[in-house]
Ligand binder design. Structure first.
Ligand code: SF4
Ligand SMILES: [Zn+2]
Ligand SMILES: [Zn+2]
Length: 328
């Protein structure tokens, strides 16, 4: 198969736009789409501090690499990479190493936040205390809160996340399937500021997961390949598989799901935009009830009687709606 733009052999086919690209045209096409996405999601960005969530997996490494190129041409922008160590044995050690190496190579300030220090627990510990829940449910909530707090601590104006096209399309599909319409409004990329929350942007929103991986390999970026041992229990896996089948049969389904959300946004804003979040009585972070979701999971873990380790419930709908790492 030849590249559509030159005579060289194609390294990728893109059925959703009926294109085939060689290595150099593919790399340029990813970089161009990410540039356009950043322009679109951060129109007229005046400069300031940009925090980037960096787990060390392919998505976050590509995000940091391309954000660093994009913002290096702009004066008055400070980049800070933030890594959350959730406390997952045999997994986070390698990804933390990859994250640190990436930040060091790009000469970007790097902060590491440990769940154990910040929350007094870890994902591994809570997985034993709450075996009836898929660990992604509390892990994702805790990670989002720690990322938000750290981004706020460094004075960030925006927080970049490594969500790719597949991640975001899965989130839209999950929220639609559950009738969780307010979450469609609250998910990244953000179109409005919410009190206490650093707006989140997703530079890889137009790039399918397969192409993020290919980009990282072809651009010789070092990233961690390991998969979280808890990821198999995430309900998101079901949606991932359904979406693969849909995309295979109807190329462009993922982009269509993102367009659906964008078209719904004005209606969702009218219906739910007026609901202002309160403040958690325990930690002071934004919350829709008395306790934020992070504190309510912490309380459940603290007060749980530790059951036998084998007592696991099947996968359910109790999950984090923005699990990024399960796809990293
Ligand atoms: S897959 Fe991600 S969200 Fe789920 S437990 Fe592992 S690190 Fe946490
Ligand atoms: Zn070419
Ligand atoms: Zn709280």
């Amino acid at each position: 198969m030849r590249c559509d733009r030159c005579e060289l052999e194609a390294v990728v086919d893109q059925p959703y736009r009926q294109a085939h690209l060689c290595k150099s045209h593919f790399l340029a096409s990813v970089e161009g789409r990410v540039r356009r996405e950043l322009h679109r999601q951060l129109p007229g960005f005046p400069g300031g501090t940009v925090a980037v969530a960096l787990s060390g997996g392919k998505d976050s490494v590509v995000t940091l690499e391309l954000a660093s190129r994009y913002f290096s041409r702009r004066p008055g922008v400070r980049l800070v990479a933030i890594t959350v160590d959730e406390g997952i044995a045999d997994y986070r050690t390698a990804s933390l190493r990859a994250a640190a190496a990436c930040a060091e190579r790009l000469e970007i300030e790097h902060r590491i936040v440990r769940s154990e220090d910040a929350l007094g627990t870890t994902t591994d510990a809570a997985a034993l205390e709450l075996p009836m829940l898929a660990p992604c449910s509390f892990c994702g909530v805790w990670r989002r809160q720690l990322l938000n707090q750290s981004a706020r601590d460094v004075g960030a104006d925006v927080l970049l996340l490594g969500f790719n096209l597949d991640d975001l399309a899965q989130t839209v599909l999950m929220n639609l399937a559950r009738g969780e319409l307010p979450r469609l409004l609250r998910m990244a990329p953000h179109t409005r500021r919410q009190p206490g929350l650093i707006p989140r942007a997703a530079p890889l929103a137009a790039i399918p997961e397969r192409e993020v991986y290919l980009y990282a390999r072809l651009a010789a970026l070092q990233f961690d390949h390991s998969e979280c041992p808890h990821a198999t229990r995430a309900a998101r896996n079901e949606f991932r598989e359904v979406l693969w089948r849909l995309e295979d049969a109807i190329p462009g389904t993922r982009q269509a799901l993102l367009r659906t959300r964008e078209r719904l946004l004005p209606l969702l804003e009218t219906a739910y935009g007026g609901t202002r979040a309160g403040v958690c009585s325990e930690c002071g972070e934004p919350a829709t009830g008395t306790l934020c979701r992070a504190c309510s999971y912490r309380t459940r873990a603290r007060t749980a009687t530790r059951p036998a380790a084998t007592a696991r419930a099947p996968r359910g709908f109790e999950h984090s709606l923005e699990v990024g790492d399960s796809a990293e």
